[in-house]
Design a protein around this ligand. Structure first.
Ligand code: FES
Length: 116
């Protein structure tokens, strides 16, 4: 693990379009929920906070993808986000995307980069 990185999970815990791994990080002095999923072969991490109302997305812990396994979905009102970018692609997020977090996959593990 390099300086400024924090271990999130083993790479094998993330399958394409499968369950995500929840974690927490401190941003601006506040502990916030976050998650990482695998999409298009890469880990993608975001704050676990909907663009509509700042609630967590997962309807069951770790379940972030919709039935198509192509989009991330908010369980509360169904806003859809693109898993590569976190951009709002439909529903009540109304153009407000998820906040993405930098992650790297290396040597069988996924690390959060450049955060506390
Ligand atoms: S709180 Fe997520 S769509 Fe309304």
């Amino acid at each position: 693990m390099a300086d400024g990185e924090r271990l999130i999970c083993a790479a094998g815990e993330l399958t394409e379009g499968g369950r995500g791994v929840r974690f927490e990080l401190t941003r601006f002095g506040k502990v916030q929920p976050a998650f990482v999923v695998r999409y298009d072969g890469r880990p993608r991490a975001f704050l676990n906070q909907c663009g509509h109302v700042p609630v967590e997305l997962d309807w069951q812990e770790g379940e972030f993808f919709d039935d198509s396994r192509l989009y991330l979905i908010c369980a509360t009102h169904g806003a859809l986000y693109h898993p590569a970018s976190g951009a709002c692609v439909g529903g009540r997020c109304a153009g407000r995307g998820l906040i993405s977090l930098p992650v790297v996959e290396r040597d069988g593990h996924v690390y959060l980069v450049g955060t506390q």
